[in-house]
Design a protein around this ligand. Structure first.
Ligand SMILES: *[C@@H]1O[C@H](CO)[C@@H](O)[C@H](O)[C@H]1NC(C)=O
Length: 340
């Protein structure tokens, strides 16, 4: 794993770690490569998650495609201008990107950052989608925002989402939602979009407590191992699995928050397009159908391995303009969202 981080020098522990790596890796070049934590689960075991700072967040943004770099640049720059962002970790998942490009990218990212957030560029050890959820010692905030390189969110909406998370730290908080469902004819679980309920938040914007990274990557024994393997085999569905993990822990569905301005550049994985609650989609392209089928298969597989269906439905969307506390529609009535 390669890390480019400005923050290394600030922390004694990292200096030691850094020196260890310098001696153990041959051909080491300072500006570019530092080997990562050999066993992130092991070193996170003693971490007291409750004591992490909760006034700021860490952004974990996935990058893969070189053609999207300008967009990535713009998203990172925008997040870096928010006072609630402690640091931004760009997780580069494409192993074939040249070191020259990564060097330049890192230079650009730090050059155009707006605020005080520190920025790191981390070359992932493999293209496994599971590695986006690896726990990291450098993440010193309780809350993490996991996001893709395809959606730009305005700062106020980011801050609003964070305030919602702070009152609901055990829930997943997101802006783009999907749903599981049960096909009565086929008698099987499916992946779908429901006009008035949801149970899955996408990693276009997924805010959660850091503990879930540990739960996903390190806990859950052989069952989690098998489910992570399914993610690797299908090269998909790590976001769905995280929803399983969180729902199983908190026994509640995610929370959808509204955004003021969203620029969604689209992602092959989320081909269905965005559906605001209440708006039904008309017509599905065959690619979308394929996409949903694949995701439905993941849901069935996770259900099989877990032996239960932990996903739970939530209703409504929390918005900043109606009231301090969001109102949710449940069984035709408006109720406060955090009330059962
Ligand atoms: C870095 O920024 C320059 C100037 O904006 C741009 O032309 C170049 O493509 C960027 N390269 C990378 C790898 O980000």
């Amino acid at each position: 794993m390669g890390v480019k981080s400005m923050r290394l020098a600030r922390n004694g522990f990292y200096i030691c770690w850094f020196l260890f790596v310098v001696i153990s890796v041959t051909g080491f070049v300072f500006s570019r490569t530092i080997s990562g934590d050999p066993d992130p689960c092991d070193s996170m075991k003693l971490r007291e998650f409750q004591r992490l700072r909760s006034d700021q967040i860490t952004v974990l943004i996935n990058g893969y495609s070189e053609s999207r770099i300008p967009l990535l640049q713009s998203i990172v720059s925008s997040y870096s201008g928010s006072s609630i962002v402690s640091s931004i970790l760009v997780l580069w998942g494409n192993p074939s990107t040249s070191s020259q490009v990564l060097d330049k990218l890192y230079q650009n990212l730090t050059q155009y950052s707006l605020g005080t957030a520190s920025i790191s560029l981390i070359q992932q050890p493999s293209s496994s989608l599971n590695s986006r959820f690896l726990p990291r010692l450098s993440v010193n905030t309780r809350a993490v925002l996991v996001c893709d390189d395809d959606v730009e969110i305005d700062q106020r909406s980011l801050e609003f989402a964070f305030s919602v998370w702070k009152s609901n730290p055990d829930r997943l908080v997101g802006m783009f939602v999907r749903s599981h469902g049960f096909d009565l004819q086929r008698k099987e679980w499916i992946y779908t979009v429901h006009p008035d309920k949801y149970s899955i938040v996408l990693t276009k914007f997924m805010m959660m407590k850091q503990d879930y990274l540990f739960e996903y990557s390190c806990n859950g024994g052989v069952e989690m191992e098998e489910m992570r393997k399914i993610v690797d085999q299908t090269r998909n569905c790590e976001d769905i699995l995280m929803n399983f993990v969180a729902a199983d822990k908190v026994r509640a569905g995610p929370i959808m928050v509204g955004a003021e301005r969203v620029r969604d550049w689209g992602d092959a994985r989320n081909e269905e397009g965005e559906v605001e609650s209440g708006v039904r989609e008309v017509g599905l392209s065959s690619r979308r159908v394929e996409h949903r089928k694949r995701r439905g298969k993941c849901i069935r597989e996770f259900h099989r391995v877990m032996g239960k269906m932990p996903l739970m439905y939530s209703y409504g969307k929390v918005v900043s303009s109606v009231a301090e506390q969001g109102l949710c529609r449940k069984a035709g009535k408006l109720v406060f969202c955090d009330r059962d």
